[in-house]
Ligand binder design. Structure first.
Ligand code: ADP
Ligand code: GLC
Length: 486
Protein backbone atom coordinates (compact mmCIF):
# COMPACT_ATOMS: atom_id res chain seq x y z
CA UNK A 1 0.00 0.00 0.00
CA UNK A 2 1.06 3.57 -0.62
CA UNK A 3 0.42 5.55 2.56
CA UNK A 4 0.80 9.28 3.08
CA UNK A 5 1.24 9.85 6.83
CA UNK A 6 0.40 13.45 7.70
CA UNK A 7 1.39 14.93 11.04
CA UNK A 8 2.16 18.35 12.50
CA UNK A 9 5.21 16.92 14.31
CA UNK A 10 7.53 13.93 13.98
CA UNK A 11 10.59 12.90 15.99
CA UNK A 12 13.46 13.46 15.70
CA UNK A 13 12.78 16.55 13.54
CA UNK A 14 10.22 18.39 15.64
CA UNK A 15 8.53 17.23 18.84
CA UNK A 16 6.26 18.62 21.52
CA UNK A 17 4.75 15.34 22.73
CA UNK A 18 3.82 11.76 21.95
CA UNK A 19 2.35 12.48 18.51
CA UNK A 20 5.90 13.14 17.33
CA UNK A 21 7.06 9.79 18.71
CA UNK A 22 4.27 8.01 16.84
CA UNK A 23 4.83 9.91 13.58
CA UNK A 24 8.54 9.19 13.87
CA UNK A 25 8.12 5.47 14.38
CA UNK A 26 4.87 4.13 12.86
CA UNK A 27 5.89 5.01 9.26
CA UNK A 28 9.18 3.18 9.89
CA UNK A 29 7.27 0.12 11.11
CA UNK A 30 5.02 0.32 8.03
CA UNK A 31 8.00 0.31 5.71
CA UNK A 32 9.49 -2.67 7.59
CA UNK A 33 6.39 -4.69 6.81
CA UNK A 34 6.62 -3.76 3.17
CA UNK A 35 4.37 -0.73 2.67
CA UNK A 36 5.42 2.46 0.92
CA UNK A 37 4.72 4.90 3.74
CA UNK A 38 5.80 8.52 3.35
CA UNK A 39 5.62 11.36 5.83
CA UNK A 40 4.46 14.93 5.25
CA UNK A 41 5.32 17.74 7.68
CA UNK A 42 5.11 21.54 7.77
CA UNK A 43 8.37 23.31 6.96
CA UNK A 44 9.25 24.63 10.42
CA UNK A 45 12.87 25.80 10.80
CA UNK A 46 13.85 22.60 12.68
CA UNK A 47 12.45 20.45 9.90
CA UNK A 48 14.20 22.49 7.20
CA UNK A 49 17.52 22.27 9.07
CA UNK A 50 17.45 18.67 10.24
CA UNK A 51 15.91 16.89 7.24
CA UNK A 52 18.42 15.52 4.73
CA UNK A 53 18.60 15.95 0.98
CA UNK A 54 15.67 18.36 0.63
CA UNK A 55 14.91 19.48 -2.88
CA UNK A 56 11.89 21.07 -4.49
CA UNK A 57 9.56 18.65 -6.26
CA UNK A 58 6.44 20.75 -6.75
CA UNK A 59 4.92 24.19 -6.50
CA UNK A 60 1.28 24.69 -5.54
CA UNK A 61 -0.98 27.68 -5.89
CA UNK A 62 -3.49 27.74 -3.06
CA UNK A 63 -6.57 29.89 -2.63
CA UNK A 64 -5.86 32.84 -0.31
CA UNK A 65 -2.07 32.34 -0.61
CA UNK A 66 -0.24 35.21 -2.24
CA UNK A 67 2.78 33.19 -3.26
CA UNK A 68 2.86 29.57 -4.42
CA UNK A 69 3.98 27.16 -1.75
CA UNK A 70 6.69 24.61 -2.40
CA UNK A 71 6.75 20.90 -1.74
CA UNK A 72 10.23 19.64 -0.94
CA UNK A 73 11.24 16.00 -0.82
CA UNK A 74 13.96 14.53 1.35
CA UNK A 75 14.37 12.07 4.19
CA UNK A 76 15.06 11.98 7.87
CA UNK A 77 18.01 10.11 9.33
CA UNK A 78 18.40 7.46 10.69
CA UNK A 79 15.51 6.00 8.69
CA UNK A 80 14.72 5.79 5.02
CA UNK A 81 11.18 7.18 5.28
CA UNK A 82 10.65 9.59 2.38
CA UNK A 83 9.63 12.99 3.65
CA UNK A 84 7.57 15.71 2.00
CA UNK A 85 7.90 19.16 3.50
CA UNK A 86 5.33 21.90 2.95
CA UNK A 87 7.59 24.89 2.51
CA UNK A 88 5.45 27.96 3.21
CA UNK A 89 7.79 30.30 5.11
CA UNK A 90 5.10 32.85 5.79
CA UNK A 91 3.24 30.29 7.94
CA UNK A 92 5.96 28.02 9.23
CA UNK A 93 9.30 29.81 9.35
CA UNK A 94 8.93 30.84 12.98
CA UNK A 95 11.06 30.12 16.02
CA UNK A 96 10.21 27.64 18.75
CA UNK A 97 7.05 25.67 19.28
CA UNK A 98 4.92 24.65 16.27
CA UNK A 99 1.68 25.80 17.89
CA UNK A 100 2.62 28.50 20.38
CA UNK A 101 4.23 31.91 20.04
CA UNK A 102 7.14 32.76 22.37
CA UNK A 103 4.71 34.26 24.93
CA UNK A 104 3.06 30.85 25.31
CA UNK A 105 -0.23 31.65 23.53
CA UNK A 106 -1.48 29.91 20.38
CA UNK A 107 -0.20 31.57 17.20
CA UNK A 108 -3.11 33.84 16.24
CA UNK A 109 -3.15 32.48 12.70
CA UNK A 110 -3.08 28.75 13.51
CA UNK A 111 -6.27 28.26 11.48
CA UNK A 112 -4.56 29.65 8.36
CA UNK A 113 -1.28 27.85 9.04
CA UNK A 114 -2.84 24.42 9.30
CA UNK A 115 -5.37 25.08 6.52
CA UNK A 116 -2.35 25.67 4.29
CA UNK A 117 -0.86 22.38 5.53
CA UNK A 118 -4.13 20.49 4.94
CA UNK A 119 -4.53 21.90 1.42
CA UNK A 120 -1.02 20.82 0.53
CA UNK A 121 -1.70 17.31 1.87
CA UNK A 122 -4.93 17.13 -0.12
CA UNK A 123 -3.10 18.27 -3.27
CA UNK A 124 -0.48 15.55 -2.84
CA UNK A 125 -3.23 13.02 -2.15
CA UNK A 126 -5.03 13.91 -5.37
CA UNK A 127 -1.83 13.94 -7.39
CA UNK A 128 -2.30 17.64 -8.11
CA UNK A 129 1.29 18.19 -7.04
CA UNK A 130 2.39 15.76 -9.81
CA UNK A 131 4.84 13.97 -7.58
CA UNK A 132 4.72 10.81 -9.60
CA UNK A 133 3.34 9.14 -6.50
CA UNK A 134 -0.26 9.03 -5.37
CA UNK A 135 -1.16 7.41 -2.06
CA UNK A 136 -3.85 4.76 -1.64
CA UNK A 137 -4.35 5.93 1.92
CA UNK A 138 -3.99 9.29 3.62
CA UNK A 139 -3.47 8.79 7.33
CA UNK A 140 -4.12 12.08 9.13
CA UNK A 141 -3.49 12.81 12.80
CA UNK A 142 -5.11 15.27 15.23
CA UNK A 143 -6.83 18.57 14.52
CA UNK A 144 -3.97 20.11 12.57
CA UNK A 145 -4.80 17.70 9.73
CA UNK A 146 -8.57 17.67 10.30
CA UNK A 147 -9.44 19.53 7.09
CA UNK A 148 -7.84 16.95 4.81
CA UNK A 149 -10.75 14.48 4.72
CA UNK A 150 -13.32 17.28 4.18
CA UNK A 151 -11.20 18.65 1.32
CA UNK A 152 -10.92 15.19 -0.27
CA UNK A 153 -14.48 14.02 0.32
CA UNK A 154 -16.01 15.27 -2.89
CA UNK A 155 -13.04 14.47 -5.14
CA UNK A 156 -13.60 11.81 -7.78
CA UNK A 157 -10.47 9.73 -7.58
CA UNK A 158 -9.51 10.15 -3.97
CA UNK A 159 -7.44 7.94 -1.69
CA UNK A 160 -9.05 6.34 1.36
CA UNK A 161 -8.75 8.35 4.57
CA UNK A 162 -8.00 7.45 8.18
CA UNK A 163 -8.06 10.02 10.98
CA UNK A 164 -6.30 9.20 14.26
CA UNK A 165 -7.27 11.05 17.43
CA UNK A 166 -4.21 11.39 19.65
CA UNK A 167 -5.89 13.81 22.00
CA UNK A 168 -9.51 14.96 21.85
CA UNK A 169 -8.77 17.84 24.22
CA UNK A 170 -7.15 19.79 21.36
CA UNK A 171 -9.77 20.42 18.71
CA UNK A 172 -8.78 23.37 16.55
CA UNK A 173 -11.84 25.55 17.23
CA UNK A 174 -12.23 28.88 15.42
CA UNK A 175 -15.06 31.28 14.66
CA UNK A 176 -17.32 31.46 11.61
CA UNK A 177 -15.42 34.46 10.24
CA UNK A 178 -12.35 32.27 10.07
CA UNK A 179 -14.29 29.71 8.06
CA UNK A 180 -15.26 32.44 5.61
CA UNK A 181 -11.74 33.87 5.48
CA UNK A 182 -10.29 30.46 4.71
CA UNK A 183 -12.45 30.25 1.63
CA UNK A 184 -13.49 26.68 2.38
CA UNK A 185 -16.30 25.12 0.31
CA UNK A 186 -19.50 26.54 1.78
CA UNK A 187 -21.23 23.14 2.05
CA UNK A 188 -18.67 22.24 4.74
CA UNK A 189 -20.40 24.69 7.11
CA UNK A 190 -22.82 22.01 8.26
CA UNK A 191 -23.35 20.11 11.47
CA UNK A 192 -22.43 16.99 9.51
CA UNK A 193 -19.06 18.47 8.56
CA UNK A 194 -17.04 21.29 10.16
CA UNK A 195 -19.64 23.22 12.11
CA UNK A 196 -19.65 22.49 15.84
CA UNK A 197 -21.94 24.64 18.00
CA UNK A 198 -21.53 27.62 15.62
CA UNK A 199 -17.78 27.21 15.54
CA UNK A 200 -15.37 25.83 12.98
CA UNK A 201 -13.96 22.55 14.35
CA UNK A 202 -10.96 21.04 12.58
CA UNK A 203 -11.09 17.84 14.60
CA UNK A 204 -14.74 17.33 13.77
CA UNK A 205 -13.88 17.41 10.07
CA UNK A 206 -11.48 14.52 10.55
CA UNK A 207 -13.91 12.54 12.67
CA UNK A 208 -17.02 13.12 10.58
CA UNK A 209 -15.60 12.77 7.09
CA UNK A 210 -12.78 10.21 7.17
CA UNK A 211 -13.45 6.67 5.98
CA UNK A 212 -12.17 5.32 9.27
CA UNK A 213 -11.39 6.96 12.60
CA UNK A 214 -9.35 5.56 15.44
CA UNK A 215 -7.72 6.62 18.64
CA UNK A 216 -4.57 5.42 20.33
CA UNK A 217 -5.90 2.91 22.86
CA UNK A 218 -8.99 0.72 23.18
CA UNK A 219 -9.95 2.17 26.57
CA UNK A 220 -9.74 5.80 25.37
CA UNK A 221 -11.91 4.79 22.38
CA UNK A 222 -14.60 3.76 24.85
CA UNK A 223 -14.07 6.75 27.14
CA UNK A 224 -14.52 9.40 24.46
CA UNK A 225 -17.87 7.97 23.52
CA UNK A 226 -19.07 9.27 26.92
CA UNK A 227 -19.94 12.83 27.96
CA UNK A 228 -17.19 12.79 30.62
CA UNK A 229 -14.37 12.52 28.07
CA UNK A 230 -16.07 13.39 24.76
CA UNK A 231 -16.10 17.25 24.80
CA UNK A 232 -19.49 17.14 23.08
CA UNK A 233 -18.16 14.92 20.28
CA UNK A 234 -19.29 11.70 22.00
CA UNK A 235 -22.49 11.55 19.92
CA UNK A 236 -20.57 11.79 16.65
CA UNK A 237 -18.08 9.15 17.80
CA UNK A 238 -20.94 6.83 18.73
CA UNK A 239 -22.52 7.56 15.37
CA UNK A 240 -19.36 6.43 13.55
CA UNK A 241 -20.12 2.99 15.02
CA UNK A 242 -17.76 0.25 13.86
CA UNK A 243 -15.88 2.80 11.74
CA UNK A 244 -14.32 4.11 14.96
CA UNK A 245 -11.90 1.96 16.96
CA UNK A 246 -8.87 1.99 19.28
CA UNK A 247 -5.35 0.79 18.44
CA UNK A 248 -2.69 0.93 21.12
CA UNK A 249 0.49 2.80 20.20
CA UNK A 250 3.77 0.96 20.05
CA UNK A 251 7.13 2.41 21.04
CA UNK A 252 10.32 2.76 19.05
CA UNK A 253 12.53 -0.09 20.26
CA UNK A 254 15.62 1.48 18.74
CA UNK A 255 15.26 4.87 20.39
CA UNK A 256 14.15 3.36 23.72
CA UNK A 257 16.49 0.43 24.28
CA UNK A 258 18.20 0.16 27.69
CA UNK A 259 20.83 -2.14 26.17
CA UNK A 260 21.78 0.40 23.56
CA UNK A 261 20.93 3.95 24.56
CA UNK A 262 23.62 6.61 23.99
CA UNK A 263 21.88 8.93 26.46
CA UNK A 264 22.38 6.75 29.54
CA UNK A 265 25.60 6.02 31.45
CA UNK A 266 25.13 2.24 31.84
CA UNK A 267 23.38 -0.40 29.74
CA UNK A 268 21.13 -3.02 31.26
CA UNK A 269 18.51 -5.60 30.34
CA UNK A 270 15.92 -7.82 31.99
CA UNK A 271 18.61 -10.50 32.30
CA UNK A 272 21.19 -8.21 33.79
CA UNK A 273 19.83 -5.28 35.77
CA UNK A 274 23.17 -4.30 37.34
CA UNK A 275 23.53 -1.24 35.09
CA UNK A 276 20.25 0.19 36.35
CA UNK A 277 21.86 0.78 39.76
CA UNK A 278 24.59 2.86 38.14
CA UNK A 279 22.04 4.89 36.20
CA UNK A 280 20.25 5.62 39.46
CA UNK A 281 23.39 6.85 41.21
CA UNK A 282 24.31 8.98 38.18
CA UNK A 283 20.81 10.47 38.06
CA UNK A 284 20.89 11.34 41.77
CA UNK A 285 24.22 13.04 41.14
CA UNK A 286 22.91 14.90 38.07
CA UNK A 287 20.09 16.36 40.20
CA UNK A 288 22.39 17.07 43.17
CA UNK A 289 20.57 14.58 45.42
CA UNK A 290 22.26 12.26 47.93
CA UNK A 291 23.66 9.30 45.99
CA UNK A 292 22.19 6.27 47.68
CA UNK A 293 20.89 3.27 45.80
CA UNK A 294 18.62 2.27 48.70
CA UNK A 295 16.49 5.43 48.61
CA UNK A 296 13.48 4.85 46.38
CA UNK A 297 13.57 7.28 43.46
CA UNK A 298 10.38 8.45 41.72
CA UNK A 299 10.37 10.26 38.36
CA UNK A 300 8.03 12.39 36.28
CA UNK A 301 8.47 13.56 32.69
CA UNK A 302 5.86 15.40 30.72
CA UNK A 303 4.04 18.42 29.56
CA UNK A 304 2.93 20.49 32.54
CA UNK A 305 -0.78 20.63 31.76
CA UNK A 306 -3.96 19.78 33.63
CA UNK A 307 -4.27 16.46 31.75
CA UNK A 308 -1.21 14.99 33.43
CA UNK A 309 -2.32 15.40 37.06
CA UNK A 310 0.90 17.14 38.16
CA UNK A 311 -1.14 19.01 40.77
CA UNK A 312 -1.91 15.64 42.37
CA UNK A 313 1.81 14.92 42.59
CA UNK A 314 2.29 18.29 44.29
CA UNK A 315 -0.41 17.41 46.81
CA UNK A 316 1.18 14.08 47.79
CA UNK A 317 4.71 15.46 47.86
CA UNK A 318 4.81 16.21 51.62
CA UNK A 319 3.79 12.58 52.25
CA UNK A 320 6.50 11.35 49.91
CA UNK A 321 9.04 13.50 51.75
CA UNK A 322 7.92 12.07 55.12
CA UNK A 323 8.33 8.61 53.66
CA UNK A 324 11.96 9.45 52.88
CA UNK A 325 11.92 8.92 49.11
CA UNK A 326 13.39 11.10 46.36
CA UNK A 327 11.56 12.66 43.40
CA UNK A 328 12.92 14.02 40.10
CA UNK A 329 10.74 15.91 37.65
CA UNK A 330 11.28 17.17 34.10
CA UNK A 331 8.67 19.20 32.30
CA UNK A 332 7.53 22.44 30.80
CA UNK A 333 4.23 24.07 29.94
CA UNK A 334 1.78 25.87 32.17
CA UNK A 335 3.60 28.79 33.88
CA UNK A 336 1.83 28.29 37.22
CA UNK A 337 2.81 24.64 37.36
CA UNK A 338 6.38 25.53 36.37
CA UNK A 339 6.55 28.00 39.29
CA UNK A 340 4.97 25.48 41.68
CA UNK A 341 7.63 22.92 40.74
CA UNK A 342 10.40 25.46 41.17
CA UNK A 343 9.05 26.26 44.62
CA UNK A 344 8.99 22.65 45.79
CA UNK A 345 12.47 22.23 44.38
CA UNK A 346 13.69 25.03 46.68
CA UNK A 347 11.71 23.76 49.65
CA UNK A 348 12.82 20.12 49.42
CA UNK A 349 16.10 20.58 47.60
CA UNK A 350 17.78 17.63 49.33
CA UNK A 351 15.06 15.22 48.21
CA UNK A 352 13.49 16.72 45.08
CA UNK A 353 15.16 17.58 41.77
CA UNK A 354 13.33 19.66 39.17
CA UNK A 355 14.30 20.65 35.66
CA UNK A 356 11.99 22.98 33.81
CA UNK A 357 12.47 22.68 30.08
CA UNK A 358 12.57 20.14 27.33
CA UNK A 359 15.50 17.72 27.46
CA UNK A 360 15.43 14.54 25.40
CA UNK A 361 18.65 13.09 26.87
CA UNK A 362 17.56 13.71 30.45
CA UNK A 363 14.20 12.07 29.75
CA UNK A 364 16.09 8.86 28.89
CA UNK A 365 18.25 9.14 32.01
CA UNK A 366 15.16 9.59 34.21
CA UNK A 367 13.54 6.51 32.67
CA UNK A 368 16.76 4.55 33.17
CA UNK A 369 17.63 5.76 36.68
CA UNK A 370 14.33 5.83 38.59
CA UNK A 371 12.70 2.99 40.47
CA UNK A 372 9.16 4.28 39.89
CA UNK A 373 7.46 6.52 37.34
CA UNK A 374 4.53 8.81 38.24
CA UNK A 375 1.71 9.18 35.73
CA UNK A 376 -1.48 10.19 37.56
CA UNK A 377 -3.17 11.52 34.41
CA UNK A 378 -6.77 12.71 34.51
CA UNK A 379 -7.09 11.28 31.01
CA UNK A 380 -4.48 9.71 28.78
CA UNK A 381 -5.28 8.73 25.18
CA UNK A 382 -2.35 6.33 25.18
CA UNK A 383 0.67 7.63 27.04
CA UNK A 384 4.16 6.66 26.00
CA UNK A 385 6.13 7.40 29.14
CA UNK A 386 4.59 4.52 31.10
CA UNK A 387 5.66 2.24 28.25
CA UNK A 388 9.19 3.68 28.20
CA UNK A 389 9.19 3.10 31.97
CA UNK A 390 8.16 -0.53 31.60
CA UNK A 391 10.92 -1.06 29.04
CA UNK A 392 13.48 0.50 31.38
CA UNK A 393 12.44 -1.49 34.46
CA UNK A 394 10.97 1.62 36.10
CA UNK A 395 7.71 0.59 37.71
CA UNK A 396 4.84 2.91 36.71
CA UNK A 397 2.27 4.31 39.13
CA UNK A 398 -0.71 5.25 36.94
CA UNK A 399 -4.36 6.13 37.03
CA UNK A 400 -6.70 3.60 35.43
CA UNK A 401 -7.61 5.63 32.35
CA UNK A 402 -7.06 5.43 28.58
CA UNK A 403 -3.87 3.77 27.46
CA UNK A 404 -2.57 3.65 31.04
CA UNK A 405 -5.35 1.17 31.86
CA UNK A 406 -4.42 -0.85 28.77
CA UNK A 407 -0.69 -1.10 29.45
CA UNK A 408 -0.14 -1.40 33.22
CA UNK A 409 -1.33 -4.34 35.32
CA UNK A 410 -1.86 -3.58 39.00
CA UNK A 411 0.07 -5.40 41.71
CA UNK A 412 -2.21 -7.63 43.76
CA UNK A 413 -1.87 -11.15 45.16
CA UNK A 414 -3.43 -12.70 42.02
CA UNK A 415 -1.35 -10.81 39.46
CA UNK A 416 1.79 -11.42 41.50
CA UNK A 417 1.01 -15.14 41.65
CA UNK A 418 0.34 -15.17 37.90
CA UNK A 419 3.49 -13.17 37.25
CA UNK A 420 1.57 -10.53 35.28
CA UNK A 421 1.82 -7.49 37.57
CA UNK A 422 3.73 -4.54 36.10
CA UNK A 423 2.82 -1.48 38.20
CA UNK A 424 0.55 0.30 40.64
CA UNK A 425 -2.85 1.43 39.38
CA UNK A 426 -5.42 3.65 41.10
CA UNK A 427 -8.91 4.72 40.09
CA UNK A 428 -9.93 8.17 41.21
CA UNK A 429 -8.24 11.38 40.04
CA UNK A 430 -7.62 12.65 43.55
CA UNK A 431 -4.65 12.92 45.87
CA UNK A 432 -5.86 10.31 48.37
CA UNK A 433 -6.21 7.61 45.69
CA UNK A 434 -2.78 8.47 44.30
CA UNK A 435 -1.38 8.40 47.81
CA UNK A 436 -2.80 4.92 48.45
CA UNK A 437 -1.07 3.62 45.33
CA UNK A 438 2.16 5.32 46.38
CA UNK A 439 2.02 3.87 49.88
CA UNK A 440 1.60 0.47 48.28
CA UNK A 441 4.58 1.11 45.98
CA UNK A 442 6.72 2.28 48.90
CA UNK A 443 5.85 -0.74 51.07
CA UNK A 444 6.40 -3.07 48.17
CA UNK A 445 9.83 -1.59 47.46
CA UNK A 446 10.83 -2.13 51.08
CA UNK A 447 9.88 -5.80 51.13
CA UNK A 448 12.73 -8.21 51.58
CA UNK A 449 13.40 -10.62 48.75
CA UNK A 450 13.14 -10.18 45.01
CA UNK A 451 9.51 -9.07 44.54
CA UNK A 452 10.49 -5.62 43.29
CA UNK A 453 12.96 -7.01 40.81
CA UNK A 454 10.40 -9.50 39.53
CA UNK A 455 7.91 -6.67 39.07
CA UNK A 456 10.39 -4.53 37.15
CA UNK A 457 11.52 -7.47 35.05
CA UNK A 458 7.94 -8.41 34.11
CA UNK A 459 7.51 -4.86 32.79
CA UNK A 460 10.72 -5.13 30.78
CA UNK A 461 9.53 -8.35 29.18
CA UNK A 462 6.28 -6.89 27.80
CA UNK A 463 6.04 -6.61 24.03
CA UNK A 464 5.47 -2.90 23.49
CA UNK A 465 6.92 -2.76 19.99
CA UNK A 466 5.06 -1.48 16.94
CA UNK A 467 4.89 -4.93 15.38
CA UNK A 468 1.35 -5.89 16.40
CA UNK A 469 -0.11 -2.37 16.27
CA UNK A 470 1.31 -1.62 12.81
CA UNK A 471 -0.46 -4.75 11.59
CA UNK A 472 -3.74 -3.45 13.09
CA UNK A 473 -3.26 -0.21 11.14
CA UNK A 474 -2.73 -2.19 7.93
CA UNK A 475 -6.02 -3.98 8.57
CA UNK A 476 -7.74 -0.64 9.11
CA UNK A 477 -6.24 0.81 5.90
CA UNK A 478 -7.50 -2.24 4.02
CA UNK A 479 -11.00 -1.81 5.47
CA UNK A 480 -11.00 1.86 4.47
CA UNK A 481 -9.97 0.90 0.94
CA UNK A 482 -12.45 -1.96 0.55
CA UNK A 483 -15.38 -0.27 2.22
CA UNK A 484 -15.14 3.55 2.29
CA UNK A 485 -16.90 4.75 5.40
CA UNK A 486 -18.43 7.96 4.03
P1 ADP B 1 1.73 13.56 25.47
O1 ADP B 1 1.77 13.22 24.03
O2 ADP B 1 0.35 13.77 26.00
O3 ADP B 1 2.64 14.68 25.82
P2 ADP B 1 3.02 10.95 25.86
O4 ADP B 1 3.35 10.19 27.09
O5 ADP B 1 2.32 10.21 24.78
O6 ADP B 1 2.24 12.27 26.29
O7 ADP B 1 4.36 11.45 25.17
C1 ADP B 1 5.17 12.45 25.67
C2 ADP B 1 6.49 12.40 24.97
O8 ADP B 1 7.14 13.65 25.12
C3 ADP B 1 7.43 11.38 25.54
O9 ADP B 1 8.33 10.95 24.55
C4 ADP B 1 8.15 12.20 26.61
O10 ADP B 1 9.36 11.64 26.98
C5 ADP B 1 8.32 13.50 25.91
N1 ADP B 1 8.44 14.65 26.79
C6 ADP B 1 7.44 15.36 27.37
N2 ADP B 1 7.93 16.39 28.08
C7 ADP B 1 9.27 16.33 27.95
C8 ADP B 1 10.36 17.13 28.44
N3 ADP B 1 10.15 18.18 29.22
N4 ADP B 1 11.61 16.79 28.08
C9 ADP B 1 11.83 15.71 27.29
N5 ADP B 1 10.86 14.93 26.81
C10 ADP B 1 9.60 15.23 27.13
C1 GLC C 1 -1.27 12.54 22.75
C2 GLC C 1 -1.75 11.93 24.04
C3 GLC C 1 -0.91 10.79 24.53
C4 GLC C 1 -0.53 9.86 23.39
C5 GLC C 1 0.13 10.65 22.28
C6 GLC C 1 0.55 9.78 21.10
O1 GLC C 1 -0.53 13.65 22.85
O2 GLC C 1 -1.88 12.90 25.06
O3 GLC C 1 -1.62 10.05 25.51
O4 GLC C 1 0.36 8.86 23.85
O5 GLC C 1 -0.74 11.61 21.81
O6 GLC C 1 -0.52 9.09 20.52
Amino acid sequence: MKILFASSEAAPLIKTGGLADVAGSLPVAMRHIGHDCRLVLPGYPDVMHKAKGLSQVAELKQPSEQKPIKILEGFCEPHDVPLYVVDAPYWFDRPGNPYLSPDGDDWVDNAERFACFCRAIAAIALNQAKLDWQPDIVHTNDWQTGLVAPLLQAAKKRPATLFTIHNLAYQGLFDHDTFVRLNLPSHLWSYEALEFHHQLSYIKGGIALSDRVNTVSPTYAEEIKTAEFGYGLEGLLQHRGSHFSGILNGIDYHVWDPMNDPNIPASFSADDMAGKRLNKLALQKEFGLPEDEHIQLFGYIGRLVDQKGVDLILQVLPGLMDAGVQVVMLGSGNRELEHALEKINMKYHSRVGVKIGYDEGLSHRIEAGCDCFLMPSRFEPCGLNQMYSLRYGTVPVVRRTGGLADTVIDVNPTTMAQGTATGFVFDEADASSLWQALEHAIQFYRRSGTDWEILARTGMEQDLSWEASAQHYVELYQLALDDPGI
